[in-house]
Design a protein. Structure first.
Length: 157
């Protein structure tokens, strides 16, 4: 069993609040996926085929896609963005991408800054992107929680 950690409480502005809660979910996610064996990381005890390794790669992709590629319009090297074969490599990539995302967010003028158009849907701003990443990370941290409990009975956030 891993220790249960509660989310941070603060009375900050939108940016500080979103980033603090996003970081809490990121950290919770990483705690859930680390500590399994090399055989358990790609294993899926559920019918969908979802694994801890897949989730770690997916979370790096999500942050990279929404903030670095779409919002910041960074051209990414496909080899740099490719999925990693081990959980340690995938988590390292996720942490690197998160740090790059945080730097982009820190440089943004405000959360109302619009994302350049990338499809035919209505425009979105940085606030929407951060809220979306927060819900996406929390959702997948929950998936990791269930997978981890099925794999080795480990619980806690």
């Amino acid at each position: 069993m891993m220790g249960d950690q509660k989310p941070p409480r603060l009375a900050g502005d939108d940016r500080a609040t979103l980033l603090a809660l996003l970081q809490y979910q990121r950290d919770s996610f990483v705690r859930k996926v680390l500590g399994v064996t090399a055989a358990e990381a790609p294993a899926s005890p559920v019918a969908s085929g979802t694994s801890l390794l897949w989730l770690a790669n997916h979370m790096a992709d999500a942050e990279e896609t929404w903030v670095l590629r779409r919002f910041a319009r960074q051209h990414r090297d496909p080899a740099r963005a490719s999925h990693r074969d081990t959980l340690e490599e995938a988590v390292k990539r996720y942490r690197t991408v998160c740090a790059e995302v945080d730097a982009v967010v820190a440089r943004a003028q405000n959360l109302d800054q619009e994302c350049p158009p990338f499809d035919t849907e209505p425009p979105i701003n940085l606030r929407w992107i951060l809220a979306h990443l927060l819900e996406e990370t929390a959702r997948h941290a929950g998936h990791a929680d269930i997978l981890r409990e099925l794999l080795d009975e480990s619980t806690g956030r």
